[in-house]
Design a protein around this ligand. Structure first.
Ligand code: HEM
Length: 147
């Protein structure tokens, strides 16, 4: 079978890998569009940004957590005993709060106050992205497993 069809090879298709795929896909969807928000808002595209946020970005953020928790479950990784996972869950919560309480209310109100709230929300989310990526990839402190 040509290598491009690697996804069809049974050993590549286990639950962990599928969750991994979903985790990364949703991370792109949850963080990527935020880079465009301020520009879209300035261009008067408030309805489009609001739709994007509520239909794609916010659900992707939630699904990313579901897939991450699934990976931890399947991989028998201890949530409380593995520092990089515990810390990322806290960071994810911060991103969720910023997304709901800072970005979402600012989406439909294009005044100055809303704009600075949005900028703060986007800034916080980007810091979370950098810190979470570092933790997820370098895994400081290593793993603790449940079994
Ligand atoms: C907040 C933003 C997040 C980003 C940007 C992110 C990104 C990533 C990336 C790039 C990997 C691949 C690392 C690797 O294979 O070496 C990964 C793996 C993983 N993520 Fe996340 N993640 C995030 C949040 C979460 C959350 C909230 C959880 C909840 C439990 C989670 C659980 C996991 C687990 C268990 C792995 C597998 C670790 C391993 O390689 O063994 N992630 N994540």
């Amino acid at each position: 079978m040509p290598a491009v069809f690697a996804i069809l090879v049974p050993e590549n298709n286990d639950l962990y890998r599928i969750l991994y795929f979903v985790h990364l896909l949703t991370a792109f969807a949850a963080f990527g569009p935020l880079f465009l928000y301020p520009r879209l808002q300035r261009a008067g595209e408030t309805a489009a940004v609001a739709r994007l946020h509520m239909r794609l970005v916010f659900p992707a953020l939630v699904l990313m957590w579901v897939a991450g928790m699934g990976m931890a479950g399947v991989g028998e990784i201890s949530l409380a005993g593995t520092p990089f996972v515990t810390a990322t869950i806290v960071l994810w919560l911060i991103a969720l709060v910023a997304s709901w309480f800072l970005i979402r209310p600012a989406l439909t109100e294009p005044d100055e106050g809303a704009r600075s709230k949005m900028a703060m929300g986007v800034g916080i989310t980007h810091l979370v992205l950098v810190a979470a990526l570092y933790l997820m990839i370098f895994k400081p402190g290593g793993y603790e497993f449940t079994t």
